[in-house]
Design a protein around this ligand. Structure first.
Ligand code: SF4
Length: 126
């Protein structure tokens, strides 16, 4: 967020900022300029002050920016956790014997063989 500040030690109270940007500056009880609204802050505001008392800058410590930064960090942590979980699952799956059912003809009597579904782990030695 772009932020405006007036250095009270440099302000002479000339009123240039108050007349050029009345929506952003006004005189305080000491007759010096104060910021009354941050909306519409722009770098050109610094140029009208004869004493360079006006500073316009990107404030990265604002609540909005802090929330955004926190959200990005949280998303990165969650993404890493998901990547690790997928990696673990993949390793566990590829390193383990997976048993799947298969169709196999099994001789259960002297008649014709019938088709049955049995797990691979229980294969008989016929
Ligand atoms: S232009 Fe600068 S010196 Fe003049 S009132 Fe504004 S901040 Fe103060």
């Amino acid at each position: 967020m772009t932020k405006i500040e007036v250095d009270q030690t440099l302000c002479l109270g000339c009123g240039m900022c108050c007349s050029m940007y009345p929506e952003n500056f006004d005189f305080n009880e000491n007759g010096l300029s104060s910021v009354i609204n941050q909306e519409g802050a722009k770098k050109e505001m610094m140029d009208i002050c004869p004493t360079q008392a006006i500073k316009v800058f990107e404030d990265t410590t604002s609540t909005e920016e802090a929330v955004k930064e926190h959200t990005n960090k949280t998303a990165a942590v969650e993404e890493k956790a998901i990547e690790d979980a997928v990696k673990d699952t993949t390793e566990n799956t590829t390193n383990k014997k997976v048993e799947t059912p298969t169709n196999k003809k099994v001789q259960v009597s002297n008649d014709e063989p019938i088709e049955a579904t049995i797990p691979m782990a229980e294969e008989d030695n016929e």
